[in-house]
Design a binder for this molecule. Sequence first.
Ligand SMILES: [Zn+2]
Length: 405
Amino acid sequence: MLDATAGHLLGLVRSARASTRGELIELTGLSRSTVAARVDALVEAGYLRESAPATSARGRPSRVLALDPAGGLVLAADLGAAHAALAVCDLSGQPLAQFSSGVRLADGPEVVLGWLEERWRELLATPGLPPSPVVGLGLSVPGPVDVATGRTVHHTAVMPGWHEHPLLERLEEAFGARGFVDNDANAMAYGEYHAAWSTAPSMVFVKVATGIGAGVVVDGHLVRGADSGSGDIGHVKIGTPDDGPLCVCGARGCLAAWASGRAVARRLREEGVEATSSRDAAALALAGHERATALVREAGLMVGDVLATAVSLLNPRILVLGGDLVAVQDHFLGAVRERLYQRTQPQATRRLQVVASSLGDRAGVLGAARLVLEQVLSPGAVDRALADRALASPARAVVAATGRA
Ligand SMILES: [Zn+2]
């Protein structure tokens, strides 16, 4: 590897490709003293920890390098239309403290982001948390955002008053750390990927709850598209659009207007069945309500129709389905599978696994933390942070540059 920086060395340890200084030397071709200086800087800055020397079979003592989870804290939040999940995570993405509560996004960004700041402060005061600095904050929201600017990009019915609002500035200032925001489907996709599928070459995650959205992970990276717009499959028109049901986006015949949990609840109400939300619809089907079950299955067929195109285009190894309707596994997952196999070529589905979310309600908040870690532990960010530390303490700069104190 050409000129592996300290940040690259951390990446090799995090990805389990190296766990000793000797392996780092072998993999990078760097000199022993250069690796020593860079590893020392990573240990001192709290990114890596090194075990006490253990004598190996050949009698040569070796120390094992690993990410130091306590080297920093990440604040994460998954804001839903009516519910929020919050967490403080360590550098490995493990939650150290969690909180969930009802919240009303319709109250607007000032109220909700102020509330979030207070709850995060309370979580940081949880007894037993390591006294580590907050290195980043991650936010998942139920609407389209421009990841580059951290703003919501257009009006959505779920987030009235949030249009073009800067989601991160206030929170970044409050906690003195960089923030990252993405839509909920991307955050959930990333959470699922790291929880269960990080060895898969490609994964598609689809959330079917109040709305419908998807996130795509290829080679460990979210595929966001040219304008952060990839995955918004809920507004693909199906059938003869003009005749279809009215969608929250104002158009008719969108997939979400036919097959989301909200749509199933609406269709039940039209038939005189009491169901106000996506959760109600799923609960009825789970309890064996015949009409609810039939509508959930129908929703699965429609989602499968649209996903047949996605699967043909991307040939993912894993398709994870999350959200309320997926709780009705046999009917929903079965219907999606059925349609996929009917409407795609065997080459695209032969090795495809269609599974239910393993994280459930926690996918969004844990994924938001992962979005932060991907950024703050990237080689470039780590090298910049080490350079800043060196500037603050010139003695360290000498060590980092020469390997000698
Ligand atoms: Zn729509």
